[in-house]
Structure formats: structure tokens, C-alpha cells
Ligand binder design. Sequence first.
Ligand code: FAD
Length: 109
Amino acid sequence: MELRIVIIGGVAGGMSAATRARRMNEHASIIVLEKSGYVSFANCGLPYFIGGQIQNEESLFLTTPERVAKRYRIDARVHHEVTRIDRQAHLVEGTNHKTGEKLVLHTTS
Ligand SMILES: Cc1cc2nc3c(=O)[nH]c(=O)nc-3n(C[C@H](O)[C@H](O)[C@H](O)COP(=O)(O)OP(=O)(O)OC[C@H]3O[C@@H](n4cnc5c(N)ncnc54)[C@H](O)[C@@H]3O)c2cc1C
């Protein structure tokens, strides 16, 4: 059975875990569920953006779901919020806020 890894939350921790998982297993299915609209951005740059030193908001974005799909074969889904995990059943539940649909994902043990 294909190994499926589901990571809750993108950004520094989540995307580091996802790319590390890819380095350790080139065949696994890796899915990142991120509730906001951004899978990876420079938190540390936010004060400079607020202060006006960084003016282009887009320069805070480090990568996009399209780029991680192409480069690492990671399925990063923004606007996907996880609301429940069942570790015994290897189940993750949540909502796709783009469509309003409920999300149910099984992971492998
Ligand atoms: C202003 C600022 C300046 C900083 N400067 C530095 C610095 O100079 N040097 C340094 O080392 N660190 C710095 N940091 C800290 C660094 O950015 C943090 O360590 C890092 O953001 C933590 O990353 P994280 O991925 O663990 O958490 P977060 O950045 O909080 O990411 C968690 C992600 O998970 C998502 N999420 C949460 N719950 C759910 C859910 N139920 N379902 C789906 N998605 C979910 C959130 O939307 C979020 O995108 C700074 C942080 C800030 C805010």
C-alpha cells in the first residue's frame, strides 16, 4: 500500500516536515493541509511589511502550492482546515473552505 503522510499546517514547520518527508521517501503521497491561503511565507518579514520597508506583499511569499507540487510532488492544499484527527483510525477530518465540502483523509500507519 502507498505510504500517505498528512501534515497539518504549512509555513515553516509544516513545509519543512513535508520536504524532509520527501527527501526520506520519494514514493510517498505527501499532503499538506493549510487553513490560510498561503502555504509558505516569511513570518519574519511581516514587521518590515507593516513598517513599509517591504512594499511588495508578494515578496513575502516563499513558495506556492503549484511550485511544491512541481518540485517536490507535494500536494499542498490551502484553505483546508483540519478540525479533527483520529490517531487510532488514522483519519483526518476538516473542511475545504473554498468549496465548503467536508474533508476526510485516511493516512497509512
Ligand atoms: C513577526 C515575526 C518575526 C519572526 N522573526 C523570526 C526570526 O527572525 N528568526 C526566527 O528564527 N524566527 C522568527 N519568527 C518565528 C518563526 O517565523 C516561527 O518560528 C515560525 O513561524 C513558526 O512556524 P510554524 O510553522 O511552527 O508555525 P506557524 O507559522 O504558526 O504555522 C502554522 C500554520 O498552521 C496552520 N494551521 C494551524 N492550525 C491549522 C488547522 N487546524 N488546519 C490547517 N492548518 C492549520 C496555520 O494557518 C499556519 O499557517 C518570527 C515570527 C514572527 C511572527
